[in-house]
Ligand binder design. Structure first.
Ligand code: SF4
Length: 703
């Protein structure tokens, strides 16, 4: 570990991990993180946040550039690495055109880096092929929010609004494990028996419903959409809807009413397994909590469990329609929101890393949007490439006849986190040039031709945008190791070597100012924000169009962000899982998270206390399945899908359904569960169907 030089006795910043972005104070020697009071975490941190400073001392921290030779990865100098990378990019472009090189970004990058990476791809590499790992976690919720509400901001209200609600419907979110300090905002609804958790597994969040605090609905995996259609059927059919609100603010109501007519609760029960009486009772509970019936408020929230399906966008559309039917979005005490997962999953999707978007949620195909951003960048709009392809399509095309021959990866460990991960690994290995920027030698970095060591959270300046659209300052507390560089410096050096037009600042504050100008007038408007303003202690929700604007904690209070100002209910039809169970693979596989780990585990698997808490994977299976397999403890089992298999110890529990197994996805090697998951995607958003596929489970022979 390098000798860390602190910038001062203490520094106020935020946690490096999830989108709750709990407030931290960094200080001491060795550096440690303590909680600070902030509305979302109220002085709390989870185990990951408390131990986050251990990341600075990771024993295998990357501290100098590496290049691949016949002897493997060996140290090199920055000049040699950057000169050779630029030369190889030029050669690939000369031989195969600008789309010969692609870019894969991450939802953990600061806003400044997310912005600069999109600009680097389009102006320096001149490729249209840029997308990021947020496509795996937020794409369907974003697409549904855009088509119904006109804009995608995960929570269009402060998280603290939940405190006073009578009811919260949580679909496919295990926030008690993923962001534990957020659970305190459910105290009010739980005290009034109004928490409703929809999850095929009895997760830590589902257990919050115990003792009269709420209701856990445990549907068959892949049937969330049917369940939502059933709730809509009851709300629209039993006089529970807010008809005044629907008349004044919503289009498409009659289309949706017709589309849910056939989903009466008894029919829904036959598909989902959720008792019809329970469904009716939840619909009435939500309606009674809604402002139009005199309740204190109701919220409908989705997480990845509901969103990561081939009908993910339609599932979220149904959730939004339910919220609209109850008169919630834009109401003083109610709303629909998606619980963003990655640390900067919100900002990461606003500033131009997405294949089809420019900064400020601008469209890369819209002439006015292209002209605005090109003017900020100081280039001719004709120079900007057109739309690229979503992440799964991008990864699938790598190394193919017509696909890219080179790839830059920033802030993502796709070999572990992508669906059908075995195929992704093979395709990365077949490339002519793979450049990975990372903090540690992740499984993806170990395949690279060049590994470039970059700064991590407590070593860099920038901003993050939390799950409630609030822009926060990330601050440097310690100097990075001597040969580690900020990505802004790397892109500036490569841009110069590639003769890219435009300016390439390495100062995060100046990059933010440029980002703010590029976003001005867009749907995610940061024009009134700056590092200087945020440093006064403000943490403001966008849109914030001018320096005197107080930010916008609550959206849609007067109008929706659609051209007409009215929300749109969208009729949808369930399609079911792409890879459904059959005789050879009779069980549903559901994947998810553990409290002690974050995403691919590249960071948290290097923190000793987190490994002590959860050192490895397991396969949760029901006692009845365990009995059929002859298991009575933690014997090794093999889980196999049409795409691959993995091995891990069994964990016998009644928390899963008899027809379902659950595996956490933070682990690699023989326990890589994404080797099994399905890369079929939602046609609207490009979201892959991580959350359900068909598997068989076998006991691994003792010998
Ligand atoms: Fe908070 Fe998330 Fe960090 Fe835990 S991981 S401390 S919930 S920001």
């Amino acid at each position: 570990p390098h000798d860390q030089v602190a910038q001062g006795p203490t520094t106020d910043s935020h946690c490096p991990y999830c989108a709750l972005q709990c407030a931290q104070r960094l200080g001491g020697h060795p550096v440690a993180a303590e909680p600070r009071d902030f509305p979302t975490n109220r002085g709390g941190l989870c185990q990951k946040g408390w131990t986050s400073a251990d990341l600075l001392r990771a024993p295998d921290r990357l501290t100098q550039p590496l290049r691949r030779t016949a002897d493997g990865l060996v140290p090199t100098t920055w000049d040699d690495a950057l000169d050779d990378i630029a030369a190889r990019v030029r050669a690939l472009r000369a031989d195969h055109g600008p789309d010969a090189v692609a870019v894969f970004g991450g939802g953990g990058l600061t806003n400044e880096k997310a912005y600069q990476l999109g600009k680097f791809a389009r102006l320096a590499l001149r490729t249209r092929l840029v997308d990021y790992n947020g496509r795996f976690c937020m794409a369907s919720a974003a697409a549904a929010a855009n088509r119904s509400l006109g804009v995608d901001r995960g929570l269009p209200f402060p998280l603290t609004d939940l405190d006073d609600a009578d009811a919260v419907l949580l679909l496919g979110s295990n926030l008690a494990d993923t962001m534990p300090p957020s659970v305190q905002h459910l105290a009010g609804p739980r005290a009034r028996g109004g928490l409703v958790v929809v999850d095929p597994r009895r997760s830590a969040t589902a257990r919050l419903c115990d003792d009269g605090a709420g209701t856990h609905l445990q549907p068959l995996p892949g049937t969330d959409l049917v369940l939502l259609l059933g709730l809509l059927h009851v709300v629209l059919g039993e006089g529970l809807a807010d008809v005044t609100y629907l008349d004044e603010r919503v289009d498409g109501v009659e289309d949706v009413r017709r589309s849910v007519a056939a989903w009466w609760p008894e029919r829904v029960e036959t598909v989902t397994g959720v008792p019809a009486g329970q469904l009716r009772s939840v619909a009435h509970r939500l309606a009674d909590a809604s402002p139009h019936r005199g309740g204190r408020g109701a919220y409908v929230l989705t997480g990845r469990g509901a969103e990561q399906h081939v009908d993910g966008t339609d599932t979220v559309s149904a959730a939004i329609s339910l919220a609209l039917a109850l008169g919630l979005p834009g109401a003083h005490r109610g709303g629909y929101g998606a619980l963003t997962g990655q640390g900067n999953g919100q900002g990461g999707r606003e500033h131009g890393q997405k294949a089809d978007q420019l900064p400020g949620y601008r469209s890369i195909e819209d002439p006015a949007d292209r002209a605005h951003v090109a003017a900020v960048w100081g280039v001719d709009p004709e120079l900007l490439p057109r739309s690229g392809v979503p992440a799964v399509q991008l990864l699938s095309s790598l190394g193919t006849e017509s696909g890219p021959r080179g790839l830059f990866v920033h802030g993502s460990n796709v070999v572990v986190s992508a669906p059908r991960a075995g195929g992704v690994r093979d395709r990365l290995a077949s490339l002519d040039l793979l450049v990975v920027c990372d903090v540690v030698p992740s499984e993806t970095a170990l395949l690279a031709d060049y590994v470039l060591p970059v700064t991590q959270w407590a070593e860099e300046e920038g901003t993050m945008t939390s799950l409630e659209g609030r822009v926060l300052r990330r601050r440097r507390h310690v100097d990075p190791p001597a040969h580690v560089r900020d990505e802004l410096w790397i892109w500036s050096e490569l841009a110069r070597r590639l003769d890219a037009p435009g300016t390439w600042s390495t100062d995060a504050s100046l990059v933010f100012d440029e980002l703010a100008r590029a976003s001005a007038g867009g749907r995610a408007d940061y024009a009134g924000l700056s590092h200087a303003r945020l440093d006064t202690g403000e943490a403001l929700h966008w849109p914030c169009p001018d320096p005197d604007h107080p930010g916008t904690p609550r959206l849609f209070t007067n109008r929706f962000a659609t051209p007409s100002g009215r929300a749109r209910m969208v009729p949808v039809r369930p399609v079911g899982p792409d890879d459904d169970v059959h005789a050879e693979a009779p069980l549903h596989l559901v994947t998810g998270r553990l409290l002690a780990h974050y995403q691919s585990g590249a960071q948290t698997r290097r923190v000793p206390a987190l490994c002590d808490a959860a050192g490895g994977p397991h396969v949760e299976l029901h006692p009845s399945l365990a009995a059929r397999l002859g298991l009575d403890g933690a014997e090794l089992v093999r889980v196999t899908s049409a795409r691959g298999s993995m091995v891990a110890p069994a964990r016998i529990t009644r928390d899963v359904r008899p027809d379902t197994v659950f595996v956490p996805f933070h682990f690699a090697g023989d326990s890589l569960v994404n080797a099994l998951t399905n890369d079929a995607t939602d046609p609207v958003s490009g979201m892959p169907e991580f959350k359900v596929c068909a598997v068989r489970v076998e006991r691994v022979a003792d010998d």
